[in-house]
Design a protein around this ligand. Structure first.
Ligand code: SF4
Length: 349
């Protein structure tokens, strides 16, 4: 995925080319406004690499983006934001109709941090896997009934064990639906690579997974690393080289960080994530989860389950203790506050 503002055509095109050169067979770009679509049209004109678009909340944009892309990814958890009087089925029908007209594929991208609240409310809050599976099943059924066949689903979480469980459950119920695999917000190398490899090697050998994406928090110019890592993991699986369970960190400090995308409002985010990892090294043996997210759209929800969460705005970073906001701090100040919070948690444990 291009981790750039789509309207910055030069940077996005550079990112698309960088990912293509690294071996990506499909590159995703975000579109959330008419201006993004205009930029997308220019980008399309300047590259032949297959493009996928991430629709975000503005699902009506499907009509405008279809001439320029090969695939649309929509998140069932983001459809309810606009035109609340319309049903989910009607909205999916609109997207599918546009895709059909331009022979465009769809991905139903279900994400742990942004499950459709109506689906999530049907389950006990302690069960984070069932809502993901239910949402993927519901949308597969809607698309089936609409007669739309060119779709795949993804069921992503930042915890590789949950990714394995959710995908196994879905695949058992719908073995006919292609699955796009990924561990979302896996974090920085090396931890993020380990999490992704752990999930992939438990699913791919049993026939689950048709396409993959590796999400790592990396500086712009190193984004191609996601593709290299993905291909290396596949090669290792093919060669029968698996991580033994003893190599997997079970417990200890867990840092989750998003791969960044067009929604990042301050490029200092990647550096912040790296600083968080260095600063919290002293806590490596403690069972603490810290989530570092790049934007204010998904950041608040996707940090709720962490012991400590940081999500970035243009000038300030929001620091959370569980779901409770500790405060807003500058990019430098927040590291000092975070260290205090980590020390406090260690004392409490
Ligand atoms: S948390 Fe925000 S910036 Fe990070 S990948 Fe998700 S949408 Fe993009």
């Amino acid at each position: 995925m291009a981790a750039t503002h789509t309207q910055d055509i030069e940077a996005t095109l550079q990112q698309v080319q960088l990912l293509e050169k690294a071996g990506a067979s499909l590159v995703r770009i975000a579109a959330d406004s008419i201006k993004d679509v205009e930029a997308l049209a220019e980008i399309r004109a300047q590259t032949v690499v297959p493009l996928s678009v991430d629709l975000q909340e503005n699902w009506r944009l499907a009509k405008l983006v279809v001439p320029y892309v090969d695939k649309i990814r929509y998140n069932p958890g983001h459809l309810w934001h606009h035109e609340k009087q319309m049903s989910t089925r009607e909205k999916v029908a609109f997207i599918a109709e546009q895709a059909e007209k331009h022979d465009c594929a769809l991905r139903v991208g279900v994400n742990c941090g942004s499950v459709d609240p109506e689906v999530a409310n049907r389950f006990d809050p302690s069960d984070s896997i069932s809502p993901i599976v239910a949402s993927a099943l519901e949308h597969s059924e809607i698309l089936d009934k609409l007669g739309f066949t060119r779709y795949c689903v993804s069921l992503k979480d930042s915890d590789p064990k949950k990714v394995v469980e959710a995908n196994k459950r879905f695949a058992k119920l719908r073995p006919d639906v292609p699955i796009h695999l990924g561990v979302t917000e896996a974090g920085m190398p090396l931890g993020g690579i380990m999490k992704t490899r752990l999930a992939f090697e438990q699913l791919i050998p049993i026939g689950i997974g048709d396409t993959i994406r590796v999400s790592l928090t990396l500086p712009f110019e190193e984004k191609g690393e996601e593709i290299h890592v993905g291909r290396e993991i596949l090669e290792k699986i093919e060669a029968g080289e698996f991580l033994s369970l003893s190599e997997i960190q079970d417990g200890g400090l867990n840092i989750i960080s998003c791969p960044s995308c067009s929604r990042v409002e301050n490029e200092a985010f990647v550096e912040l994530a790296q600083s968080v990892r260095e600063l919290t090294e002293f806590a490596k043996d403690n069972n603490i989860t810290i989530a570092v997210m790049g934007c204010r759209v998904n950041g608040p929800g996707e940090t709720d389950d962490a012991d400590l969460g940081l999500w970035c705005g243009p000038t300030h970073v929001n620091l959370k203790r569980g779901p409770e906001l500790v405060g807003q701090f500058t990019y430098n100040e927040v590291l000092i506050r975070l260290k205090d919070e980590v020390e406090r948690l260690i004392e409490l444990h």
